[in-house]
Design a protein. Structure first.
Length: 159
């Protein structure tokens, strides 16, 4: 195999040489509170995503998740149970980079609730963050891997 198909940030399929791929494990927090879920909106695509991101070399999954959530939202969290794993191939159009991703999704509980002002978010791709009504969300509004776990959110929220 000399190339692989990746999903671009815009939802297109892009064929990339495997030599261009970087391995990137990442972790994401599913934080549900009072019928709402904490989400970020991605600048490049306008799609929703869960707070989270790359796990640095030598960093545990839990430490990475706490760091990423703090950088993107300002919240301190308690990491709960593992919910979902997704493998993917992702192409980021703006910088012509591609990743082979392992994405881990965890249920988390907020220990604090004060969100960062959006101009203080430590992630250039986060355009907006906030609590969103679960009943108003649709799979197509999410980046692909995040959309696949949308059904888990309703199971975490009391009816």
């Amino acid at each position: 195999m000399s190339s692989v198909e990746c999903e671009s940030i815009y939802g297109q399929t892009v064929t990339v040489p495997i030599t261009q791929l970087t391995f990137r494990p990442s972790v994401y927090a599913i934080i549900v509170h009072e019928g709402k879920v904490l989400l970020v909106t991605i600048h490049s695509s306008g799609k929703y995503d869960f707070p989270g991101g790359g796990i640095e070399v030598g960093e545990t999954i839990e430490a990475a998740l706490k760091r990423e959530v703090r950088e993107e939202t300002g919240l301190e969290i308690e990491v709960g149970k593992f919910l979902h794993f997704e493998e993917g191939f992702f192409y980021y159009d703006p910088s012509d980079t591609a990743w082979h991703t392992f994405q881990f999704f965890y249920q988390c509980r907020p220990k604090t609730f004060r969100l960062l002002p959006e101009d203080q978010v430590d992630d250039d791709e986060v355009e907006h963050l906030g609590w969103f009504e679960i009943k108003d969300l649709h799979q197509q509004d999410f980046r692909s891997a995040a959309g696949k776990v949308l059904h888990l959110i309703s199971e975490l929220s009391p009816h």
